[in-house]
Write a protein that binds this ligand. Structure first.
Ligand SMILES: Nc1ncnc2c1ncn2[C@@H]1O[C@H](COP(=O)(O)OP(=O)(O)OP(=O)(O)O)[C@@H](O)[C@H]1O
Length: 256
């Protein structure tokens, strides 16, 4: 295993928001995670790359309690996920934003209604007197789409839908955002716009982001650090520039 991590790389990132230790998950004889370790620091953009079927989705599901790990520990902002009851898990999930490939907008709702939806679900976290209109407008302005407020999803392009989905993720002010393939299915120019938007938002709200992607360009631009998931472990980690020059064939395969 090639360890390209340099402790000085982490000088700006001190506070851990996610700490995964020795995570193991099998389905019968299929050993998917074999002792995976990962730390995500506050304000950091961490990219995880792994080939298809390597266990990225299983990892995310364990992280948010949708799958139960066989062993290991998952600590999110001081809470051990593997020990939380349903209620506390839901509370913790409310601090986490998701932008999944399938996080489609509701087609029968306007953009405004789509954005109001998570506010209603998380209303306990917001003031009773919250100005929903102002919050929705701010979220839309963040993604440069204030003019789409009363539009239906069918009137939007794929890139616009992705930006609205990002606005919907942000509206609950998550401390951590999990992105699953944020640029998949988008053309290179729209992908670049989405990546720039993710970077802007990260800076503005100081969110910590875990980004799962196959998109090497996305990884290069957005990552502060990367982890390569191979054979169920964090096979290599480091900055894009370090990993992309590594000689190990398993690492090289990611950057072809
Ligand atoms: N609920 C399940 N039951 C049985 N096997 C599962 C289950 N969920 C995932 N797996 C298996 O775990 C392995 C990892 O799957 P996972 O979906 O995490 O891959 P991935 O890295 O996200 O792939 P992709 O990039 O193609 O989305 C696969 O072999 C898959 O068949």
């Amino acid at each position: 295993m090639e360890d390209t991590t340099n402790s000085s790389d982490l000088r700006d990132f001190k506070e851990k928001v996610i700490d995964i230790r020795d995570l193991r998950k099998s389905f019968g004889d299929n050993h998917v995670l074999n002792g995976f370790n990962m730390r995500l620091f506050k304000g950091e953009n961490l990219v995880i790359m792994g080939k298809s079927g390597s266990g990225k989705s299983v990892l995310i599901k364990c992280l948010v309690g949708l799958e139960t790990a066989d062993s290991g520990s998952i600590n999110i902002m001081g809470h051990e996920v593997t020990e939380l009851n349903r209620l506390l898990l839901d509370k913790l999930r409310a601090e986490i934003g998701f932008l999944f490939q399938g996080s489609a907008l509701y087609d029968s709702m306007t953009v405004r209604e789509n954005l109001e939806f998570p506010l209603r679900r998380h209303k306990k976290r917001f003031e009773k007197s919250m100005d929903t209109n102002a919050i929705v407008m701010e979220a839309l302005e963040n993604v440069g789409l204030a003019h789409t407020l009363e539009m239906m999803p069918s009137e939007l392009s794929g890139g616009m839908k992705r930006r609205i989905a990002l606005a919907r993720t942000l509206i609950i002010r998550p401390k951590i955002i999990l992105y699953d393939e944020p640029t998949s299915g988008l053309d290179p120019i729209t992908s670049k716009e989405i990546i720039e938007l993710m970077l802007r938002i990260q800076k503005k709200y100081e969110t910590s982001s875990l980004i799962i992607t196959h998109d090497v360009d996305c990884a290069r631009v957005i990552s502060d650090r990367m982890i390569l998931l191979v054979d169920g472990i964090n096979y290599a980690e480091g900055k894009y520039n370090e990993l992309s020059k590594a000689q190990d064939p398993k690492i090289k395969a990611f950057f072809k």
